[in-house]
Design a protein around this ligand. Structure first.
Ligand SMILES: NC(=O)c1ccc[n+]([C@@H]2O[C@H](COP(=O)([O-])OP(=O)(O)OC[C@H]3O[C@@H](n4cnc5c(N)ncnc54)[C@H](OP(=O)(O)O)[C@@H]3O)[C@@H](O)[C@H]2O)c1
Length: 283
């Protein structure tokens, strides 16, 4: 199935807010959306304020416009006015990409502390839903909005033999639970908003995307299964396709989407074709 009219939709005039935009998948999606004309508000915590400024400079160098907003998403008060602050730059947020996530404690479900679980769910579930609630009034009144929640293959327990070490797989269980909850919220919100012009989808790397934080495991996996590693460009392409496309309520992996929609894989400039969905992310 080819996605109708998604090939090169312009996002000119749209305002996008991307969380966790200082590096990795968030940076790639931010740069890619800006390449299609969206005005970008990039956000992260103060920890990566400098890197976030770098992403804005990269977008400006490409002829786009971008601004930064700093907030710790683990802190309900600090994130309470995030969309309002973002909207002060280029107008109301039309596109919300809930990309930021964290795994504050590396522990299996049998041992993860309550504080660790609370922080994990605050960043991975409560923050995305809070931002949706903040952005929705303007999206609804404009009759157009796109919410993209970044999920993970860890929503499912992997079959044996595990793709990584058993310790790693067990430590990802609670994190996977937070992403499973995010997918359920995605589908519920999509159903609630059906017909409003606001589309809500979730997108996950097929297995692992080569980012700074996933570098160690990506390198490990690439030794035996190079096809399990994808580039951040793959996620950025799929994110763009979902945002420009007609679907709502999808929870899908990047490669499945690009394959089903027969979309090419392009660089972050939105033009240069790099290959197809199976183009590896092995550096
Ligand atoms: N890489 C993969 O293979 C992979 C696989 C499955 C799913 N994913 C999902 O893809 C998304 C991005 O992954 P990634 O590897 O690119 O992540 P990453 O490199 O760890 O980057 C995470 C981003 O989120 C921000 N962030 C984290 N905690 C925050 C907080 N409390 N407040 C504000 N910002 C915060 C970080 O900024 P700070 O430095 O300011 O904290 C950073 O910009 C995540 O949702 C992740 O679950 C990734």
């Amino acid at each position: 199935m080819t996605a109708p009219s998604t090939a090169r939709q312009s996002l000119s005039g749209r305002v996008a807010l991307v969380t966790g935009a200082s590096r990795g998948i968030g940076r790639a999606i931010a740069v890619r959306l800006a390449a299609h004309g969206a005005s970008l508000v990039a956000t992260s915590s103060a920890r990566s304020a400098e890197a976030l400024e770098g992403v804005c400079a990269e977008i400006a160098a490409q002829g786009g416009q971008a601004a930064t907003v700093i907030a710790d998403l683990a802190d309900a008060e600090a994130r309470a006015d995030l969309v309002a602050r973002a909207s002060s730059y280029f107008g109301a947020v039309d596109i919300l990409v809930n990309n930021a996530a964290a795994m504050p404690e590396f522990a299996p479900p049998s041992r993860m502390s309550l504080a660790g679980r609370q922080q994990l769910f605050a960043i991975n579930l409560d923050a995305p839903l809070d931002l949706c609630q903040q952005a929705l009034p303007a999206m609804r009144s404009n009759g157009w909005g796109r919410i993209l929640n970044i999920s993970s293959d860890t929503v499912r327990q992997p079959p044996v033999p595990y793709p990584a070490s058993a310790d790693m797989v067990h430590a990802l269980a609670v994190y996977g639970a937070s992403k499973a909850a995010l997918e359920r919220v995605t589908q519920g919100l999509a159903a609630e908003l059906h017909g409003s012009g606001v589309q809500v989808n979730a997108l996950a790397p097929s297995r692992i995307a080569r980012t700074e934080s996933a570098e160690r495991i990506a390198t490990e996996m690439a030794k035996t299964h190079p096809e399990w590693v994808e580039s951040v460009e793959t996620m950025a392409e799929a994110a763009y396709q979902l945002i420009a496309g007609p679907s709502t309520g999808l929870c899908i992996s990047s490669r499945a989407l690009l394959q089903q929609w027969q979309a090419p894989l392009r660089a972050l400039d939105g033009h240069t074709v790099l290959g197809d969905c199976m183009t590896p992310g092995v550096a």
